[in-house]
Every structure is written in structure tokens, then in C-alpha cells.
Design a protein around this ligand. Structure first.
Ligand code: ZN
Length: 140
């Protein structure tokens, strides 16, 4: 089962907690056991799983900027001036995260949240949420 979600981002560089939205789709799809794949369809966004504490989110942004600064003579900047966004997405993040589901609940750790990272906003971003149920275990 495949769901589309649209995330309207508000800033150039923003980290958004989408955990509740993904959990609601697992309930909507009535999936009890399996995995959920969250996938971003863009080249200047990414996903990660970590704590959504505001200080940590600031640290993540600062570190990503430090590791891959904007506009230091990148070739792609001749086209649309966002090479740093593509590079951060490619080298520091992934286009997908996979989370196990049991009894209809995302099996995230206590502090884990699904974080969507906008690297070249603001824009309307399209994410896919794919529910992949596992067959029920057969009782012996
Ligand atoms: Zn580009």
C-alpha cells in the first residue's frame, strides 16, 4: 500500500518531524506487522532518524553547513546555485528510512523520531510512504 504525503516547508534549511503523520498512515492502512518505507522524491531533501530536540536540530544544521558550505566554486552552481543542497542530501543523508512495525505501532526507540530535512526550500515536497506487511506467523 502506497501513500503520498505533501510537506510544505517554510525555510531554506529546515528539519521537520513527520513521525506522527507516518504513524497515522500505518493505522489508516491497518498494517499490524511489517515494515514501513518513507521515501523522498527530491534531490535536495533527505531523511534521518534521531532525536527531535531543538538544540540537537540546530547542531545538525550547523554541522551540515560546516561540512558542506555553500558556494565554494561547485560546478553545479553554474546551473541553479544549489550544489551545496544536493551535496548535503547525497553525502550526509539518505532518500529513505525503513522502520519496523509491530501491533500497528512504529517500533522506534524512546527518543527516535522520523526527521525530514529540507535543504533548498521553501517548497511543497512530496514523500511516499510504503506499507509492506509481513505474512502472519503460522502457529505450529
Ligand atoms: Zn540543482
Amino acid at each position: 500500500m502506497l501513500f503520498d504525503i505533501t510537506v510544505p516547508t517554510k525555510e531554506k534549511f529546515e528539519i521537520i518531524d513527520i513521525t506522527d503523520e507516518v504513524q497515522k498512515l500505518v493505522w489508516k492502512g491497518k498494517m499490524k506487522h511489517g515494515i514501513v518505507v518513507v521515501f523522498t522524491t527530491h534531490t535536495t531533501t533527505g531523511l534521518l532518524i534521531n532525536e527531535a530536540e531543538s538544540g540537537l536540530l540546530s547542531d545538525l544544521k550547523l554541522k551540515m553547513k560546516e561540512l558542506i558550505p555553500k558556494g565554494t566554486g561547485y560546478h553545479h552552481d553554474r546551473i541553479d546555485s544549489n550544489a551545496h543542497s544536493h551535496l548535503r542530501a547525497s553525502l550526509l543523508l539518505n532518500p529513505e528510512v525503513v522502520i519496523p512495525v509491530d501491533q500497528g505501532e512504529l517500533q522506534l526507540g524512546t527518543w527516535q523520531r522520523i526527521l525530514f530535512v529540507e535543504l533548498d526550500g521553501p517548497r511543497h515536497r512530496r514523500l511516499l510512504v510504503s506499507l509492506c506487511p509481513c505474512p502472519e506467523m503460522i502457529e505450529e
